[in-house]
Design a protein around this ligand. Structure first.
Ligand SMILES: [Ca+2]
Length: 471
């Protein structure tokens, strides 16, 4: 019997992010399984997978009569083995025969949580796996303004609702519940993962939270603070063409600290890098920075502080700056105002915090904006509760991982959350069910000079340089 393997591919995450400028809450979930690489629909929001073998309790078609609270099932079809193309996605080859269930859950009148459940016709291993989504988990459709119920769905309710409905559908189809349930996802999916552990500890036995965007309001505070630091005055802007010089200078200072000059800094916390070494001594070029650019670079590494000097969120760690999933896409963008950081930060405060389409980052005040954001939406969006006792009590296990070269979510944030759990629960108890893995040289959920495939529900990589499963 094969173990279930499901993941959001790195490519899919990257493909999603530049599109996500506004929050939409048309949640689509997929339950799927595979023993081979899987690609899921580009706009789906979460995936849940499982495999198992058991006598069927119901035919797939008959699930159309299944009644679930607040749920409308639109598809209950038996799909033959072979290739299947999910709505809006690419064909998935070599699938076994499965029962496909799709529908919409409306826990509120303003909800629109789309989901899919894929159940193998034979060979189920008794496991359910849920996978969340990155970014704002949707596409440009309408603003979140005035749609508080949709914000709640995005914040914490949709994953829980789909998990409950998935279990009910599985129970109807197989005549038994999953023996084990797992959730694994990265970025906003990592936030969803921690939200499940904190709010709905009964949902999953095991949870993997990758690069969690769990301190959502402060993450996006940091994003907009970084935008101000780099583009409010054009002289501060660091074009992507200069990022290789920055990385080279960082590596020259710190690559060898771990005993191996390999382009990877094992522990960026040990690195004392002074951006001033990049100051142009002659005419400006891509191999050096101007003084205003050095000022901006120091802010990127140091992170946001208010006028009192209080640190509001960590800065980015040194190493792995190059590449689109490095600073090019997230921080510099193709030109000022075109970075993903800009899109996320500006749209968050514009649409979720200030409810003003005319608002933009020029009005961002670091001494006020974080409190406004926290007061309004932190209770819905942030997954920062360090008290995991209910999850621990039900026997849950939690793995958190974060790439040290993450240019989207500062990796120190994962350490901060882990340490908050240790402080709350004690080192011994926390150590009995929580693990934190910092991944040297990995960028946001993948990519970068270090390893990026290590069993976190991603398919084996063909590149042995980055796949720890290769021997
Ligand atoms: Ca090294």
């Amino acid at each position: 019997m094969r173990a279930a393997r499901v993941w959001l591919t790195r490519l899919r995450i990257l493909k999603l992010l530049p599109e996500l400028y506004l929050f939409r809450n048309d949640m689509r979930f997929q339950l799927t399984w595979t023993n081979r690489s899987l690609t899921v629909a580009a706009r789906n929001l979460a995936s849940i997978a499982f495999t198992l073998s058991a006598a069927m309790a119901a035919s797939c078609d008959s699930l159309a009569t299944l009644t679930l609270p607040g749920t409308t099932l639109s598809v209950t079809e038996a799909v033959p083995a072979g290739s299947f193309t999910p709505p809006g996605g690419q064909p998935i080859k070599n699938l076994p025969a499965f029962c496909r269930v799709a529908g919409v859950i409306k826990p509120s009148s303003d909800s629109n949580i789309q989901f899919e459940v894929w159940m193998p016709s034979a060979g189920w291993n008794g496991k359910l796996q849920g996978i969340g989504n990155g970014g704002f988990a949707g596409t440009i459709s309408f603003r979140a303004q005035g749609h508080r119920e949709k914000l709640i769905d995005f914040g914490y309710r949709a994953i829980h609702e789909t998990t409950e409905k998935a279990k009910a559908i599985i129970g109807a189809f197989y005549g038994e519940q999953p023996r084990h349930s797992y959730f694994s996802s990265c970025s906003n999916g990592g936030r969803q993962a921690l939200m499940e552990a904190q709010r709905y500890p009964a949902d999953y036995d095991g949870i993997i939270a990758g690069a969690p965007a769990n301190n959502f309001t402060h993450l996006l505070t940091g994003a907009l603070w970084g935008v101000q630091a780099t583009i409010a005055d054009p002289v501060n802007y660091i074009p992507a063409s200069k990022i290789p010089a920055i990385e080279s200078a960082v590596l020259a200072a710190c690559d060898a600290l771990d005993g191996l000059k390999d382009g990877v800094i094992d522990d960026p916390q040990r690195c004392q890098f002074d951006p001033a070494v990049l100051l142009c001594s002659g005419p400006e070029s891509n191999t050096c920075l101007t003084q205003p650019q050095i000022t901006a670079l120091k802010k990127i590494y140091s992170g946001p502080r208010n006028s009192k000097g209080e640190q509001l969120f960590p800065g980015y760690s040194v190493g792995g700056e190059t590449g689109y999933n490095g600073w090019q896409g997230w921080i510099s963008g193709g030109s000022p105002g075109k970075s993903i950081q800009f899109a996320f930060g500006n749209n968050f405060f514009q649409n979720m915090v200030y409810d003003d389409p005319a608002w933009d980052y020029h009005s961002f005040d670091i001494d006020h904006a974080p409190k406004v954001a926290d007061d309004k939406v932190a209770g819905i969006l942030n997954a920062t509760d360090p008290d995991l006792k209910p999850f621990r009590k039900r026997g849950g296990k939690l793995i958190v991982y974060h790439g040290w070269s993450d240019a989207a979510i500062p990796p120190l944030n994962a350490i901060n959350y882990y340490q908050s759990v240790v402080s709350k629960m004690g080192a011994k108890e926390a150590g009995s069910f929580v693990r934190l893995y910092m991944v040297p040289g990995m960028q946001h959920c993948g990519g970068g000079p270090g390893p990026s495939v290590f069993g976190q529900s991603t398919p084996p990589d063909s590149d042995p340089q980055h796949d720890m499963s290769h021997k």
